[in-house]
Structure formats: C-alpha cells, structure tokens
Design a protein around this ligand. Structure first.
Ligand code: HGY
Ligand code: MN
Ligand code: MN
Length: 405
C-alpha cells in the first residue's frame, strides 16, 4: 500500500514528466489544439487507464475518465492541462494529477461514480477566451464562439475539428445533471496568502469575475523620417498612453485589477510610424458591478485618447465571466477534511479564474482546495509547490471523497 508520501512523489514525478510536453523549445507552453496539448492529454489518459478508469476524449477535446461502477450519483474532479506561454508546471496539472491519485486510491465501495476531467482550454491563450472545455461540459458553451479567430485567422470551429473533435457534437460533452453531486478542483493558489499565513491549504471562498477585451488603435502609418511630429497619427503612442492610463485607473479602484497582457504593432517596421496597434485588456474583480464599471471607465479612457490623437478605435469584449461563490456544502466538506487532517480551513478568495467558475455559473455546485505556492508565483517557470503540501492536498481530497462519494 503506497504511503501518502509515495503518492505525493508520484504526483511530483508526473508533473515533471508533463512539464516536458510543450509546443515550445525549453519553455512550457500548451495551447488549445496543439500537438503538445494532445500529447499531454494522452499521457494523462494512459495514467488514468492504468488506474482502471474508462477513458475517452469528448467532442471539444477534454479528457474524460470515469470509474466503472453503476452508482447513480456522480462527482466530477479535475482541472486543466492547457497552459499559458512559458508556464509553470503546477497550474492545472497539479489538480488533475492529485484528483487522479485520489480516485485511483479509493476502494471499491463507493456511493458515487467519479469522473476525472482534464480540460483542454481554461487559459484561453489562443482564442482569448476562458473555460472553453469546462463550458462545454457544464452546458454553457456559446456556439457564437465557434467564429472566434486566433492570431492566424483560424476559427475556433475549424480548430476543434483539426484537434480531432466535432463542433456540431458539443452537446455530447454536457455532463448529465441527474445524480450530479458537483465538481471539485485542487489548484495551486497562484497568490501569497497561504504562504503568508503559514498554511499549506486553503478553501476557496469565491472566484473573481473576468472581462477580456480586444482593442485596436487605428492611426495612419507613415514615413519615420519625413513625417513631422505635429502631423502624425501614431497608433503606438496612443496605445502606450492607454496602457499607463489603464494601470493608473485600476490602482485607484479597490478590488480591481487590470492588465494589458498582449500588444502588437501591425506591419511593424523600425522606420514606419505605427498605423495600427492591437492589444488585450483583462479586468478582474470579486464584485461584478465594480468590474463592469471599471471596464466602462477603461473604454472611455481609450476612446478619449483616440479622439484627442485623431485616431479611430475598435473596442470588443471577447468574453465576460461572472464572479463565482463556491458551494457552501462542498466547501464545508473540504473544511471538515482539512480539520480532520489537523489543518486550519482558511477561506481564500481567488483572483485567478478556474474551471470551477464555469460550473458555478451553470448552477452546478463546485468547490476548490488551494495549495500553497512559493512566493505566490504563477504563470511563470518559477512556480513551485512543495512535496509535503501536495501530500497534504491528497490527504484532504481523500477525506472529502470518503465523506461524500
Ligand atoms: O487567467 C487566469 O486567471 C487563469 O490562470 N486562467
Ligand atoms: Mn493559469
Ligand atoms: Mn489554472
């Protein structure tokens, strides 16, 4: 019988193995539809099959691995296997591998069937979306999103087909509600709260809402040597002014964070005045009304900068996800399991988005267990979770499964 430390070591080893599966040399990147993400999903599927689970990939590309009993009730567990660019090895994969370990370690007697899900697009790097895989499972996928295009102009519908899925069959991804107990997710905190509190684990109280926006500043390209400064309609200086104004605006509003994560000069050349600049805006808050006001303020700022500089502007909200409160009953089960393991069930809000938010938005109960990470670093290769904290998370998820499933 494997000891908890052995089990944590196996999760750690598998995290290191998955971290080598990347679409980029020497850094970890796995975006929707890439061969690397398919390989990571297949590798995880092989571990799930070895654990005796019935494994398949659904029509959007999620890994779906179920226990083989005939209990009427079902509990979903998992997290995502896609990553941001130059990612850390724990974001998403930790939750999938801890859940797989706990499902595999459970005995034959169970009140509910368990389904492990490895989601195929939580980060939304390629299409600037969020929760595509979990929305498909929760039944809230927006068919209009099939027309979203990536930087190469490929539509999401085509990408789903190219990935071996079928955009006409997304309804088959939907988990039946009958007998569904809910969804549990283990995830590194991606913030400094647990480390500052000296706690290995926390119970997520709520997940911040997000607004993701695509912006284009449209000026006029021109000759860098012959165009007088007074006659320029420079799209990059306008964008730069907006980026700094967005930072100042967010700093002045408590509970709001705003980030310009991507910026691109179209047809860039060192001797050409930038005519078009595209950028992304990510606005978050635990309060939806405050987030909407903040996004409106940013749009007003962008439009006034464009007008003053005689530019045009395109402002498109790509995706909005509401703030989500985790299910009190499932949170209480996590709290009891943390206390049973002599821990302190610290409630922690999540500034990061998670697939659990898609289930909550669909009216499916969901809860999350946060695991301490070093210096709160995430979305960075220095992301780190200690072996003993992985072991603590396994013990707590074991406890929750013993109680509810
Ligand atoms: O962006 C986020 O909050 C998450 O990492 N997808
Ligand atoms: Mn992430
Ligand atoms: Mn994540």
């Amino acid at each position: 019988m494997a000891t908890p430390r052995d089990r944590a070591r196996r999760v750690q080893t598998r995290l290191e193995e998955l971290a080598l599966v990347s679409e980029e040399e020497s850094v970890l990147t796995r975006t929707y539809g890439s061969a690397a993400l398919r390989d990571a999903l297949r590798l995880t599927a092989s571990w799930a099959a070895d654990a005796g689970l019935a494994v398949q990939f659904d029509a959007i590309g999620n890994l779906r691995a179920r226990t083989r009993g005939n209990a009427r009730q079902r509990l979903l567990l998992g997290s995502h296997l896609d990553t941001v660019r130059n990612a850390g090895r724990f974001d998403g994969a930790l939750g999938v591998l801890v859940a797989l370990d706990c499902i595999a370690a459970r005995g034959p007697l169970r009140k509910a069937e368990l389904e492990l899900i490895g989601f195929c697009d939580e980060e939304g790097v390629r299409f600037h979306t969020t929760y595509l895989g979990s929305r498909a499972v929760a039944g809230t996928f927006d068919p209009g999103d099939l027309a979203l295009r990536d930087a190469a102009g490929i539509a999401l519908g085509e990408a789903i087909r190219a990935n071996g899925g079928d955009p006409r069959q997304l309804d088959t991804c939907i988990v039946p509600r009958d007998g569904l107990l809910g969804y549990l997710e283990v995830h590194l905190e991606q913030g400094p709260v647990l480390e500052a509190a000296g706690e290995p684990l926390g119970i997520v109280s709520a997940i911040a809402g997000q607004t993701r926006i695509a912006v284009e500043f449209i000026g006029r390209a021109g000759h860098a040597g012959t165009t007088p400064m007074s006659m320029r309609r420079d799209a990059l200086t306008a964008a730069a002014e907006f980026v700094l104004a967005a930072e100042s605006s967010a700093r002045m509003q408590s509970g709001i964070v705003a980030t310009v994560g991507e910026i691109e000069v179209r047809s860039a050349a060192s001797n050409v005045i930038p005519g078009r600049v595209a950028l992304t805006v990510d606005v978050r808050s635990g309060q939806d009304a405050a987030r909407r006001v903040a996004a409106g303020t940013l749009e007003h700022l962008a439009r006034s900068i464009a007008t003053r500089r005689s530019l045009q502007i395109e402002w498109r909200v790509v995706m909005e996800t509401p703030a989500a409160r985790c299910d009190p009953n499932l949170c209480a089960a996590f709290m009891r399991a943390v206390e049973a393991a002599d821990g302190n069930p610290l409630p922690v809000p999540s500034g990061a988005g998670h697939d659990a938010a898609a289930f909550i938005a669909a009216g499916i109960p969901a809860a999350m267990l946060f695991v301490r990470c070093r210096a709160g670093v995430s979305h960075h290769p220095d992301e780190f979770v200690a072996l003993e904290d992985i072991e603590a998370a396994i013990a707590v998820l074991d406890g929750v499964l013993r109680e509810i499933a």
